[in-house]
Write a protein that binds this ligand. Structure first.
Ligand code: AMP
Ligand code: TRP
Length: 335
């Protein structure tokens, strides 16, 4: 994998439900690799985006904290990267408002994700419509050069680029134009119960392996996973279910997909499943243990996040003041 280095990177995940191996292989693992390749990574927990969909306010603080612990447990190091909660840095909401004033409503109503989500809700909040503008603010405030995202977010990223160009043209060069970074091989880990659908937080627990799943649940879920017709692995004729299981195997063991498929050629599906379950239990144990350790001490976790928010705010406020000046807003005397 060819990784950039010395770039400003912003990545984010919403604290909705429990993250799974699809999130890990498709997103978090790359963020850690980008951090370790010497980039300046800002890793954000997008709580303000999460509340644009129905959610449970009572459990939300805990869900947010668990997501923060998980990001650190998979290897985001708060000493190297800036790990923070979006709502702890007020510059995001302020910049989003400023950008709203130059956002054409038509561009927002045309967004695929907006149309999909709006269909599923009885009343559509303006927050759901303005979601891409807030996401543009997240990115542009940090002069972000590269944004690692899944396929589903590339339209939002294109929108952020367009908005950056528009602002720069109208008010003078203020923002860096960000680029998307999509890793093709693991962009879509599929459901264990229906390999034609993406593994998702909103699907049944049997369809996914949660990063914090109890180790005893992992072999059970893998054993019950749907397979293709036939009984043994044929690398020349792999169906969607075996392709998915072997993709998970290859990525977790850091081996090429072809090698793993050849290694299991002619062996029964049960053998593959048993080896995959062992591998997952082994690879997920340190993540789970580390997350539990971090969650043991909420005070310490909150302290790390406060430090992240402070560092993020210093970066973000600098851009925000420039935005306000360029837009002709009178700054208060002390700024
Ligand atoms: P979300 O769970 O939608 O907040 O997604 C967080 C990150 O994980 C995003 O970058 C998604 O593109 C990525 N992601 C979510 N589900 C999968 C999946 N099944 N396979 C690969 N990447 C995924
Ligand atoms: N919308 C993104 C998702 O659902 C999360 C997100 C919010 C994001 N702000 C961002 C991703 C900024 C990248 C950059 O996955």
């Amino acid at each position: 994998m060819d990784l950039p280095s010395n770039k400003r990177i912003l990545s984010a995940a919403q604290p909705t439900g429990e993250a799974h191996i699809g999130n890990y292989l498709g997103a978090f693992k790359q963020w850690v690799a980008l951090q370790d390749a010497g980039n300046d990574v800002c890793a954000m927990i997008a709580d303000l985006h999460a509340i644009t969909a129905p959610y449970d306010a009572a459990t939300f603080p805990n869900t947010t904290l668990r997501m923060a612990a998980l990001l650190m447990a998979v290897g985001l190091d708060p000493k190297k990267s800036v790990v923070f909660i979006q709502s702890h840095v007020p510059a995001h909401t302020e910049a989003a408002w400023l950008l709203t004033t130059i956002t054409p409503v038509g561009d927002l109503t045309r967004m695929t994700q907006y149309k999909d989500k709006a269909k599923k809700q009885k009343t559509v909040g303006a927050g759901l419509l303005n979601y891409p503008t807030l996401m543009a603010a997240d990115i542009l405030l940090y002069q972000t050069e590269i944004v690692p995202v899944g396929e589903d977010q590339t339209q939002h990223l294109e929108f952020a680029r367009t908005l950056a160009r528009k602002f720069n043209r109208q008010f003078g060069k203020t923002f860096t134009e960000p680029r998307a970074f999509v890793l093709e091989e693991t962009a879509r880990i599929m459901s264990l119960t229906d390999p034609t659908r993406k593994m998702s937080k909103s699907d049944l627990p049997a369809s996914r392996i949660g990063l914090l799943d109890d180790p005893s649940a992992i072999p059970r879920k893998i054993r019950a996973a749907v397979t293709d017709s036939g009984t043994a692995v044929n690398p020349k004729k792999l169906g969607p279910a075996l392709t998915n299981l072997l993709t998970i195997f290859a990525t977790f063991s850091e081996k090429p997909f072809r090698d793993v498929a050849e290694e299991y050629a002619g062996l029964g599906y049960a053998v593959v499943k048993s080896a995959l379950a062992d591998l997952l239990v082994d690879r997920l144990a340190p993540i789970r243990n580390r997350a539990e350790e971090l969650l043991w001490d909420h005070g310490e976790l909150q302290r790390i996040l406060a430090d992240g928010a402070e560092r993020a705010a210093t970066l973000a406020n600098k851009t925000l003041v420039t935005m306000r000046k360029r837009m002709g807003l009178l700054l208060p005397q002390n700024e």
